[in-house]
Design a protein around this ligand. Structure first.
Ligand SMILES: *[C@@H]1O[C@H](CO)[C@@H](O)[C@H](O)[C@H]1NC(C)=O
Ligand SMILES: *[C@@H]1O[C@H](CO)[C@@H](O)[C@H](O)[C@H]1NC(C)=O
Ligand SMILES: *[C@@H]1O[C@H](CO)[C@@H](O)[C@H](O)[C@H]1NC(C)=O
Length: 327
């Protein structure tokens, strides 16, 4: 029996080992947090708590028992994504915005997607500000199916106070394809309408992403009335498809763009221009990070031909500066 027992009695290796592990992991998570933007991390938690943490009062079953409170976390995950596009569940993408132009006859043409990132700001693609359909003057939040009033949704239209494109965006060239739309009033957050979080990292570590939108479901096809979602794969730096694209004279820029697509063909078109490329939050299964903005679809529905997304992480300073401007 002797050996391990006697060792144990001489060196308390187990506690030392555990302590070392603890120190190592503390160090590691501290470094992770230091690399992340404290402001972005804390506003992400705040958004989640404002919608998903319910304070419930309860009391023990004896007379004059004090009322205690507990936090009920209603944040849960949705049905797992399958590769081919499918309709989104109600409340699954509460940050989804659809952007359009409403004319003098009150007819609305919806032509771009966007992502709510605060109570006032919607993130979208800068090229959406150059639509033939006119200026963006209406934003719908809380919608699921544009063709139904009976769907489990709480659609609400907002006017637009201001739009700002990135100063280095030079239409029709699609580098720096990022813009912000300021709503005419604050959004009241609910399970139907609340922001997505900004990225905690540049996105290179993810193998797969989720795209959502009302965009066409096949190349040159009709937009869908229902919000749809699709799972896509990161192509990392293997983005040769972007080499012959007129809108990108220097090809794919790995610092400012994400190259994402699918090896399958069916139905894996990107969502609307301006819509989000998402990953799940690591701690909160009900929350997402907007890692990319749909910028350029090269070959919708063609296997292995990716689309290009603006890499949101490389524009965090600009976004934060614009956020500070309006608040
Ligand atoms: C314009 O259309 C919107 C949405 O369809 C509707 O809510 C609104 O009442 C309409 N406004 C007028 C002036 O008709
Ligand atoms: C719109 O936003 C831009 C950029 O933040 C700012 O310079 C401009 O003053 C804003 N315009 C209005 C009317 O708020
Ligand atoms: C990518 O974009 C960044 C920022 O605009 C720029 O500094 C860099 O030179 C570009 N890289 C290439 C390879 O064009």
């Amino acid at each position: 029996m002797g050996i391990s027992n006697s060792l144990n009695s001489v060196i308390p290796w187990r506690p030392i080992f555990l302590l070392m592990l603890l120190l190592l992991s503390c160090n590691f998570s501290e470094r992770l947090i230091a690399a992340q933007d404290v402001e972005i991390v804390s506003s992400c938690s705040r958004y989640k708590k404002s919608v998903f943490d319910q304070q419930d009062g309860y009391s023990f079953l004896f007379p004059n028992a004090p009322i205690s409170y507990k936090i009920l976390d209603t944040c849960h995950s949705y049905t797992p994504l399958i590769v081919d596009g499918t309709p989104a569940d109600p409340k699954e993408f509460p940050h989804m915005a659809r952007l359009g132009n409403r004319n003098d006859n009150n007819v609305t043409n919806w032509f771009c997607g966007g992502t709510l990132i605060s109570n006032r700001l919607v993130l979208t693609a800068a090229h959406c500000l150059y639509s033939e359909s006119g200026a963006i003057n209406v934003v719908r939040l809380g919608e699921l199916d544009f063709g139904s009033e009976q769907d489990d949704a709480q659609p609400e239209d907002f006017g637009v106070r201001n739009t700002t494109e990135h100063p280095d965006f030079k239409y029709p060239v699609l580098y720096n394809d990022i813009a912000l739309v300021e709503l005419d009033r604050g959004v009241r957050f609910s399970v139907y309408k609340h922001p997505a979080c900004l990225p905690f990292n540049d996105g290179d570590r993810y193998e797969s992403f989720i795209a959502a939108g009302w965009g066409q479901t096949t190349f040159a096809g009709e937009p869908s009335s229902k919000l749809r979602k699709v799972k896509l794969n990161g192509f990392r730096n293997n983005c040769l498809a972007a080499d012959d694209v007129e809108e990108l004279p220097s090809g794919y820029n790995a610092t400012t763009q994400l190259c994402v697509g699918s090896a399958r063909s069916k139905d894996t078109c990107n969502g609307d221009s301006g819509g989000p490329l998402l990953v799940y939050h690591e701690e909160y299964p009900c929350m997402y990070h907007v890692m990319g903005i749909t910028s350029l679809g090269i070959g919708c529905g063609t296997p292995n031909v990716p689309s290009l997304y603006t890499r949101v992480h490389s524009y965090l300073d600009w976004i934060k500066q614009e956020m500070a401007n309006i608040s």
